[in-house]
Design a protein around this ligand. Structure first.
Ligand code: FES
Length: 181
């Protein structure tokens, strides 16, 4: 049986006068082929691009604009309007500090301040070494563990500013170990 990626990659793309002269990469094509010409699918396409790449790469937006039939400026307008979309690649570790009520009353503000100081970045920023991206969220759905910090898919409950410092050190060490292996 032919794989869907292989089947789609045989599609003929004719881009006359188009700055994007080559077909999209196969993984991007799999997403775009589902929605070609469906202008009402723009948000869905952006969500799928972000799920796949972890952010919205410029090339993905360019192809999405063309395949859905939008001017690129309009696609950028949507991508920059909603703060759930990221236009820059995230760091290796995405640190999400919960600012919901349960976490707030349990000092999440102090935890956030500590992490900002330790990493030297603000919210929605990434450290220059590409290691950490810092974000805040309204509620992680784990209020019984408040205050909560989530790093990628790991949840750290009942955090304190001190524990958050130790957590960052552990993550640094973990990354260093992986580089050595
Ligand atoms: S308020 Fe933080 S997990 Fe719900």
């Amino acid at each position: 049986m032919t794989s869907p990626v292989k089947e789609l990659s045989s599609r003929r793309y004719i881009y006359q006068g188009d700055p994007l002269l080559t077909p999209p990469p196969a993984d991007l094509m799999v997403i775009l082929d589902k929605y070609r010409g469906q202008r009402d699918a723009l948000m869905t396409v952006l969500e799928e691009l972000q799920d796949h790449y972890g952010y919205l790469p410029q090339q993905g937006l360019q192809y999405a604009a063309r395949e859905l039939g939008f001017p690129l400026s309009q696609v950028y307008g949507v991508a920059t309007f909603y703060n759930l979309f990221q236009l820059k690649p995230p760091g290796r570790y995405i640190v999400r500090v919960c600012k919901g009520t349960a976490c707030h009353v349990n000092r999440s503000g102090e935890i956030l301040a500590m992490i900002k100081t330790k990493l030297g970045i603000g919210e929605d920023e990434t450290t220059p070494d590409g290691m950490f991206t810092l974000q805040t969220v309204a509620c992680m759905g784990a209020c019984s563990l408040a205050p909560v910090v989530v790093v990628n898919d790991r949840t750290y409950g009942r955090m304190t500013p001190e524990k958050s410092t130790a957590m960052l050190t552990e993550l640094h060490d973990e990354a260093a170990m992986e580089v050595k292996v």
